[in-house]
Design a protein around this ligand. Sequence first.
Ligand SMILES: *Cc1c(COP(=O)(O)O)cnc(C)c1O
Length: 384
Amino acid sequence: MSDHAFATRAIHAGQAPDPTTGAIIPPIYQSSTHVQDGIGGLRGGYEYNRSGNPTRSSLETQLAALEGGEGALSFASGLAAEDALLRGILTPGDHVLLGNDVYGGTYRLLTRVLSTWGIETTTVELSDVDALRAAIRPETKIVWLETPSNPLLKVVDIALTAEIAHAAGAIVVVDNTFASPALQQPLSLGADLVVHSTTKYLGGHSDVLGGAVVFGDDRFFEQVKFQQFAVGAVSAPLDAWLTTRGIKTLALRMRQHSENAQAIAEWAQQRPEIAQVFYPGLASHAGHDIAARQMSGFGGMLSLGLAAGADAARSFAESTSLFQLAESLGGVESLIGYPPDMTHASVRGTELAVPENIVRLSVGIEDVSDLIADLEDGLGRIGR
Ligand SMILES: *Cc1c(COP(=O)(O)O)cnc(C)c1O
């Protein structure tokens, strides 16, 4: 598959028809165990669902092909994937350097769960190369970044970060959830590992929770696979299948998400009620040039800073109708959220706290004129 283009890989990698019936869609292997031909005589290596399941394998092949990786593992959630990755690679005394705007759940996992197992975590502004160099320590095992970030859509130069981290003996993990592999390929830019919440754009239809680790080479695969097997946070067969189905339209969806978000960002810039528009597709965005270089589209996420402050932002988030008020992102339907009280409530009062006057939009693939009309209605209802 590696000689085919992205959209082709997304549809065909790991998706060979069922050999016994010719069913064009590989079946959902809703089975917890596999019959052995004599003790240890496994068919296709399958034994018990926690160690492997053919539907999960099909998704893992597809995920590796999407990111240009050597292998992938599919988990029950994005955080389960992160947890297995971190425990598979780190040992007590290791240090993790996080971008200062990574997903709040990643920060919580490291500072409140893994800290008790002897892992130290600090954060840094990754767009500041001097700060990055100064923050890396001899014990730094992982530099963890997210670009574009959540909710301020900050952009980090993946290739430059990888160069600096590697020179200091650390590996680089990129959380590629926001861009998706349709728009950004971190392994080709020098990252060692990619993680995903497949709950978001990869699944794409807000109907499944899942996560993945994709490996640039075979250095860490066995360690993380062992964690997955020993701890058990695997994706269930139906969830894996739904994710596979979502991925087949990823390239198309990401094009439309990006086009709609760009139109909304340009509309928002003209509105007096909106003081800041955070979207890397705007030439005025601080990370625009890097994003244009390392992404093939700017994605469907954007945040808006309301000129009238926090109360106006809260009211706006409750005043739209096509944009539904909910956590999460990346589905075909548009969502609006108030990060300080919703997605980022767990980092309030920490160094990862976000401005109080913003709303975050996950722009769906509805007709963009309906979306803009909905936002205009919402602005008109602020404070009512
Ligand atoms: C949602 C999300 C996660 C966590 O994934 P879950 O599937 O919710 O466990 C991690 N990183 C980013 C960027 C996310 O948006």
